[in-house]
Design a protein around this ligand. Sequence first.
Ligand code: ADP
Ligand code: MG
Length: 626
Amino acid sequence: MTSGTPEIRKLPPGVVNKIAAGEVIERPASVVKELLENSVDAGATRIDVTVEQGGMELIRVADNGCGIRAEQLELAVASHATSKIRDAEDLFQVRSLGFRGEALASIAEVSQLVIRSRPAGAEAGAELEVAGGQTKPVTPCGCPIGTSIDVRNLFFNTPVRRRFLRTVQTEMGHVIESFTRIALAQPGSHMCLRHNDRVLHDLPPADRWLDRIAAFFGAKLGDSLIWVESCQEGVRLSGYVADPSVSRGSNRQQYILLNGRQIRDRTLQHALGEAYRGLLMTGRFPVAFLRLDMPPDLVDVNVHPAKLEVRFTDGRRLYSQLLGTLRTRFLTSDLTARARLDEPAAPPSLSGHDPEQAARHREETMRWARGEGSAAEGSAAGDEPTRRWGGDRRPVPEFRPFGAGGPRPGLADPSRPDPAAAQPVRDDRLHATPPPPVARGLQVHHRYLVTENAEGLVVIDQHALHERILYEQLRRRVLSGTLESQQLLVPEPVALSPAETAAVLESRDVLAQLGLVVEPFGGDTILVSSYPAMLAKLNPADVLRQIVESLLENDRTPDRRDLLDELLHTVACKAAVKAGDYLSPDEVATLLQQRHLCHDAHHCPHGRPTALVFSKEELDKRFKRI
Ligand code: ADP
Ligand code: MG
């Protein structure tokens, strides 16, 4: 060896497998995914998954598929050994879920694995044990037709990986997600999932895909689904999309199956969003269960180690097929009536909800936002100087051209209360404490506030601004430990999915910082026992569900601070006035006053702009004054 140049060595197979395992096997859920895919490829019609301790102790997948011959067992756990493709050509004709021949070798390298298998027609079964990559001799055993694989003590020989694993509940949440994805794709198979001797799912073969979907997500969601279907140039699209009255805070509930394989595809997700444009509120995502079936040569599945992403030969055409199919379907269904039901956004006279209650709630929230005590305290005291707020609902004032009576906006004394706003209620306390400067503004389209500053004309998104104000307030209170929490007289039980329950319990202490105290209540029910006072008028179950969505969006272990921040956003968003809410002139004024208190009034917590400024110069130019 010449000194100075590093020596290049071929890595021993054990190291190669560990590297592959690093890519493919991240946690117990990845093992479940790979084993289930193998069972599906083996043509199984019944698959039983048994898991102990979130899969950290045991994962067993037993199927009634084609089985593996005794003399092939060693090959099954060898790396780059597969029965699914033969040559490079086949890579572009993949019809199976697996094809890389790496999964079993990777899993066997980082666990204690036992395969028992018996093909139909074989007299007996055969058993092979591999511990940390060390293969033992194959021995005969008694077993039913099919294959059963036990994976114990995952990562027992890779302590770093093992340390990355989280609680049983969290890992189980991921396992359930893997199971759900495959079971959704295989509605015709009987599939069963057990955890620590508890049956989580026992799904008989379903005649309709809808039945399998409803088995996971409930009949209520099932009822909101709309069948869509189209066939263009050999690509068949079929499945269900949810009525716009049902939406989610992330795109996690968009299941897309490509030739039976669950995939993640930004382009298709974008097409979905586009199809719902105008039907959902900003920040909400559609729910969809879609199958795409196409000749395998129209797609490259060999681009991602866990085979989650694929590359289409003509992605653009797929995009327009999906968008077109949904748009056509929406045009022919009566969505508007249903969508409106869920829309909190309408002036009181038109909306179905109780405007008085909404007004009271908003009044309290706004008072809270101004730092005038919690909503609960406020209503008990009942004497806040800004009591006039919200209670008296007047029609939106008519827009008057500048100069048509009243002080001209540019010249008005900003410290003088707006006479129009102050008139209806005479409140002597106003004189005791000088009122803050009144910011003038006007609500338009029930969603924007129009005002002015030194630069020019300012148009503000009312929801985004209020959300920002509440967020800043909440954050200050959480950090200083002065956030009020209110104990519920009767704790509220909230039924969640196992994955959601896990996520909530995992983040209990962060939730407690927000004033939301939760306890396990057995099964997948969570008890909410204390609740942020500012949200007193909102339904705890709704708020918890919303929070769960943001918890689940953080796929990876979120930093505690990030998580808290994320939850603050969620709570602020939930409590803020919505686009479409009618605001009285006083409410408009208070919002505008608060504006200057935020650190960053230009962006809502999601980063969207809260305000647009049309400069005086620009206006002058447009009106051809300069
Ligand atoms: P791949 O699925 O990419 O081929 P794996 O490592 O997952 O690679 O599996 C290796 C081989 O073992 C498969 O090609 C298949 O022939 C066989 N095999 C694995 N699991 C099963 C099973 N449950 N039933 C029948 N054969 C199986
Ligand atoms: Mg496989």
